[in-house]
Design a protein around this ligand. Sequence first.
Ligand SMILES: N[C@@H](CCC(=O)N[C@@H](CS)C(=O)NCC(=O)O)C(=O)O
Length: 215
Amino acid sequence: MTKLHSSLGPNPRLVRMFMVEKDLEEGRDFERVHYDIITGENRQDAAYVAKNPMGTTPTLELDDGTCLTESWPICEYIEEMHPEPNLFGETPVERATVRKWARLFDQEVVVPMTMGFRAGAGRPMFEPRMAVVSPEAGAELSAMADEKWRMFDAFLGGSNHIALGRFTFADLMIFAFANFGFTVGWKLPEGTDNLARFVDTHNQRACAAIWKEAE
Ligand SMILES: N[C@@H](CCC(=O)N[C@@H](CS)C(=O)NCC(=O)O)C(=O)O
């Protein structure tokens, strides 16, 4: 059976949320293997590092032993294997549109937000395992990420969908990283009422339950 090597954190949870959206069930359609990333089990387990040399989660291990890494490409693989419901777009233009928003969010929000977290509240966990910027630079990165959250609030406007006027992978990514923020004490920046409404609306989705788990 396909194995999802997973843990706490927004990237494996993004993949698990994607699986829920695709109606793929743990135990029936895939097996979940859990790693304790707080203690760094993911980087100490040589068998796991052989599957994913970055030592990070998630990794999707297929029946033939192929290991896919990086959350977004894993979701694209799942989309190809399970096309319905469509989450990446039906046409070349739709797919380019979903990927445009996902890429913009990944670069403009996810990168500074996660680097800021690792340099701040996440420092005790991350400093021993990777290069982390100074606390001051981390605070600047967090502020930069918040500014881009505000930009996404403006892009959303009155809609609860960033692309295509329906729920897509780009929405899932925004929703997952907002939830990650909430689990580490972050709050939506002031004046992001559209994002607050977006989060409230998508909290009704079955995939939101993953954020209530204590892994
Ligand atoms: N670019 C990777 C990021 C993977 C990543 O940073 N995963 C985190 C969990 S959200 C992790 O493994 N953290 C523990 C560690 O780095 O040791 C992806 O898209 O999957």
